[in-house]
Design a protein around this ligand. Structure first.
Ligand code: ADP
Ligand code: MG
Length: 399
C-alpha cells in the first residue's frame, strides 16, 4: 500500500494549486515519475572499488508530478514544506548545499553527456526517509533524470542513467560514492535483489526467499553522519592500497582485481589503515558472490553467517559502524527467526537490513522496542519493505 501522500492524482492537484502556470494546465498534461530507495543486502563499500553489490529497490520512494514547460528553467516545490528550488538549464551554476543540487547536478551531468533535456515545473513528495542509508539522494537523482529527459527517458539504458546520477553526486554535490545506489533505484527488479558488477554494470536478478522471509529495515534513529569527508577518506585509503599493490602487479586497477593471496604478498608495501580497508573490500566482494550462491541453494544459515561477517568487517576493518548499528544487529541476531542482520549503506548511523521469517517480524519489533532505547537512548523505526521495480513513469492503473 503506497503512502497516501504519493497518490498521483493528489499530486497533480497539489501541483495545480501552486501557481498560475500549473493551475491552467489540464491534469492530463501532468506526468508523475517515481524512483525508489534501496537497501543493500551485502557488498558494502565495494561499489567504488569496482566490485560486487547486492541491492534491492524498496517500496519507499520519491515521486515528482511534472508539468513540462517551454522555458529553459526547472522549478521544484516540496509537497511537505512548500519550499521551492529552481535553476536555469543554460546557467546551472555551482552547487548551493541544498536539496535542489541533486536535481541541478543531474541536469548538469545529463547535458554534459550530450542529452537534450527540458524545463519543467514539479512538486516532490516522498515517503523515503532522508539520510537513513536508504539512498534518498539517488532516488532524487533518478526521478530527476526521467523528469528532465521526458517520457522517452525510460529508454535510456539503466546503466547510463545510473552513471549520470553518480557523476552528479561525485562531481557536483561532492560525495565520492559509487554507482550502486543509482543503479538500484533505476534498475531494481520486483521481488528480487540484483547482483551488480560495478565495473561492467552487468547485473542479474537474485531471487529472494519470499514470501516466507521478508526484508526488514531497522532505522537507528541516528541520522547517517556521513560527512562527505569521511566517505572520501575511505576512497583515498583504498586508492593508497591499490597504488601499493600495483607496484607488484601493474594489472591491478582497483581492489576488485585483488585476491587474498595478492593482498598478503603486498601487505608490507602499505600502511596499516590501507591494509585494513583493503582486507574488508577483498573479503566483502567474495561474500557477495557467496551470498548469491547460498540464496540460490536455499542455504539461509550461510546467508546469516555471511551477513554477520560483513557487519564485523565493516565495524572493525572499515570502521564505518556506530554503537547504534551494532546494538541493532546484536538485538536482532538474538531473536529466533531473524536469519541475517547487518548494517546497510555507507554506515556512520543509518539503518540495518534484516532477513526475517515473516511470522517473526513481531518478535523482532518487540525485542528492538524493549532493548534498543535502553542501550542507546534512541527509538528505532522498523519497516517491512517490498522489493520493487526501478524508477519509471506512473502509467494507468499503477499507483
Ligand atoms: P541518503 O541518500 O542515505 O538518504 P544523503 O545524505 O546521500 O542520504 O542524501 C540526503 C539528501 O537528499 C537530503 O539531505 C536532501 O538534500 C536530498 N533529499 C532526499 N530526499 C528528499 C526529499 N524528499 N525532499 C528534499 N530533499 C531530499
Ligand atoms: Mg545518498
Amino acid at each position: 500500500m503506497v503512502d497516501a501522500r504519493l497518490d498521483p492524482d493528489r499530486l497533480r492537484e497539489r501541483l495545480r494549486s501552486l501557481d498560475d502556470l500549473a493551475a491552467g494546465a489540464p491534469p492530463s498534461d501532468i506526468e508523475v515519475v517515481r524512483a525508489p530507495g534501496r537497501v543493500n543486502l551485502i557488498g558494502e563499500h565495494t561499489d567504488y572499488n569496482d566490485g560486487f553489490v547486492m541491492p534491492a529497490a524498496i517500496g519507499l520512494e520519491i515521486r515528482l508530478a511534472v508539468l513540462a514547460t517551454d522555458e529553459r528553467r526547472v522549478v521544484v516545490s516540496l509537497e511537505e514544506t512548500g519550499e521551492t528550488g529552481s535553476f536555469d538549464l543554460d546557467a546551472i551554476g555551482p552547487a548551493t548545499g541544498g536539496w535542489i543540487d541533486y536535481v541541478g547536478g543531474t541536469a548538469w551531468a545529463l547535458q554534459d553527456a550530450g542529452y537534450a533535456i527540458r524545463g519543467f515545473r514539479a512538486i516532490l513528495a516522498s515517503d523515503l526517509p532522508q539520510g537513513a542509508g536508504l539512498s534518498s539522494s539517488a532516488a532524487l537523482e533518478m526521478a530527476s533524470a526521467l523528469a528532465l529527459l521526458g517520457p522517452d527517458g525510460s529508454a535510456v539504458p539503466v546503466g547510463d542513467r545510473a552513471r549520470i546520477g553518480r557523476r552528479a553526486e561525485n562531481a557536483y554535490v561532492g560525495v565520492q560514492s559509487g554507482v550502486m545506489d543509482q543503479f538500484a533505484s533505476a534498475g531494481g527488479v520486483a521481488d528480487h535483489a540484483i547482483l551488480l558488477d560495478c565495473r561492467s554494470l552487468e547485473f542479474r536478478p537474485v531471487a529472494l526467499p519470499l514470501p516466507e522471509v521478508r526484508l526488514v529495515v531497522c532505522h537507528s534513529g541516528s541520522r547517517r553522519r556521513l560527512e562527505a569527508s569521511a566517505y572520501n577518506d575511505r576512497l583515498v585509503e583504498c586508492q593508497r592500497a591499490v597504488a601499493a599493490i600495483a607496484q607488484l602487479d601493474p594489472s591491478v586497477r582497483a581492489l576488485r582485481d585483488v585476491d587474498d593471496e595478492l593482498l598478503a604478498a603486498t601487505r608490507d608495501r602499505m600502511d596499516e589503515v590501507a591494509f585494513r580497508r583493503a582486507s574488508h573490500v577483498v573479503a566483502e566482494n567474495a561474500r557477495v558472490v557467496e551470498t548469491e550462491r547460498a540464496l540460490a541453494a536455499g542455504d539461509l544459515a550461510s546467508v546469516g553467517k555471511l551477513f554477520a561477517a560483513s557487519h564485523v568487517s565493516l565495524r572493525d576493518l572499515y570502521e564505518v559502524s556506530s554503537p547504534e548499528l551494532d546494538a541493532l544487529v546484536d538485538i536482532a541476531t538474538s531473536v529466533d527467526g531473524v536469519i541475517a542482520a547487518r548494517l546497510t549503506g555507507a554506515g556512520f548511523g543509518g539503518s540495518t537490513i534484516n532477513l526475517v521469517r515473516r511470522d517473526r517480524i513481531i518478535a523482532l519489533r518487540e525485542a528492538v522496542e524493549r532493548d534498543y532505547p535502553a542501550r542507546t537512548g534512541l527509538q528505532a523505526t522498523i519497516v517491512d519493505v517490498n522489493a520493487v521495480d526501478g524508477a519509471g513513469w506512473i502509467r494507468d492503473g499503477i499507483t
